[in-house]
Design a protein around this ligand. Structure first.
Ligand code: SF4
Length: 335
């Protein structure tokens, strides 16, 4: 499968009429003002210089805030710039992220005319109680309606979700994931909710009204969600927040943040798989796993390998041409 590259351009909190309890966009994205055309070009050129020439699946992605809530003139300003890169052949598509309640049929058609091919909606939860407690300002029906409009125009649909929001539970998150699948999403992102400085959630956290999800719970929930999405063919394009310098230095207060969050989740998935496995009586084993999963099988900081090394004198992992992690194989080796 060809590798996909996003070139993210952040438009933080622009046009967002709400303030979700957890949101401080400038701390999360590291940006707090609309980028000028020169800044956007610098971001795009710099990222393009790191992408192999000839890579065919490159998208310019306008992230953050609420793209379809921006004045039309500013949307056109951004899209014109992105289209100029498409005309030059260096970029194949455009994606935007926006709020579900700012999607209309007119807005989707407008974006389609400007070659937007993927719309990501911040769904976050499809549990109305969680949405209210999180101050999202929209309900689950808004997400379903927006999803239908996007799919009706033939655009790719991304539905982002968050775990550990106020009022959330594992069961509620699994239900949200199931509804994201049923809404026809092509892709998703799983973000653990963090407590960031200067947000309502920070107040709730300090007053003991909100308890942040422990890191281990976030890993275990995300592993269940990942497997659910994987079985349904919904691509999980991100797990965990990308850490901006601002988030590291002053924004982060509490919550399940880890710079290698995805690796921890995939390590946990392999750990559970190994726990279910019948292991041979031997001194040395060789484990063959799919190429893309070798590092995950070994585990973050080689934790899975270390666990197996308590049982075997020698454990080695090898990448093999296997279709899925469930097909991994164990071979007994001579010492
Ligand atoms: S929708 Fe919520 S999370 Fe997104 S920019 Fe607005 S306030 Fe922040």
């Amino acid at each position: 499968m060809e590798k996909h590259y996003n070139i993210p351009v952040f438009l933080p909190e622009l046009a967002c009429p709400f303030r979700c309890v957890y949101c401080n966009q400038s701390a999360i994205s590291g940006h707090d003002a609309a980028p000028s055309v020169l800044e956007m070009k610098a971001v795009i050129e710099s990222r393009l210089s790191t992408i192999p020439i000839g890579a065919s699946d490159v998208e310019i992605a306008f992230f953050g805030g609420n793209f379809t809530g921006l004045p039309i003139s500013y949307q056109e300003f951004c899209l014109r710039l992105a289209n100029s890169y498409m005309s030059s052949g260096r970029v194949k598509g455009i994606r935007i992220s926006t709020r579900p309640d700012f999607i209309t049929q007119h807005a989707v058609r407008f974006l389609k005319q400007w070659n937007v091919r993927t719309i990501e909606l911040g769904a976050q939860s499809l549990d109305d109680e969680v949405l209210v407690k999180s101050g999202r300002g929209h309900n689950a029906a808004d997400v379903h309606n927006a999803s239908d409009m996007i799919r009706a125009e033939g655009l790719r649909l991304g539905l982002q979700m968050m775990i550990g929001l106020p009022g959330d539970s594992l069961s509620s998150s699994l239900t949200t994931a199931q509804k994201i699948i049923e809404a026809g999403a092509d892709e998703t992102r799983i973000y653990p909710c963090l407590v960031i400085a200067d947000t309502e959630l920070e107040e709730q956290f300090k007053n003991g009204i909100y308890q942040a999800l422990p890191l281990q719970d976030a890993i275990e929930w995300s592993a269940e969600l990942y497997l659910l999405f994987e079985r349904a063919g919904v691509k999980v394009i991100r797990m965990g927040l990308f850490p901006s310098d601002e988030l590291r230095s002053y924004g982060y207060i509490a919550g399940p943040f880890h710079p290698a969050f995805k690796e921890l989740v995939m390590t946990h998935i392999w750990k559970k798989l190994f726990e279910k496995t019948q292991w041979p009586e031997a001194k040395a084993i060789r484990i063959e796993v799919p190429v893309s999963e070798r590092n995950f099988a070994i585990g973050y900081q080689a934790v899975n390998k270390k666990n197996l090394s308590e049982r075997y004198e020698k454990v080695s992992f090898h990448a093999a041409d296997l279709p899925h992690r469930d097909h991994f194989t164990i071979h007994i080796e001579k010492l």
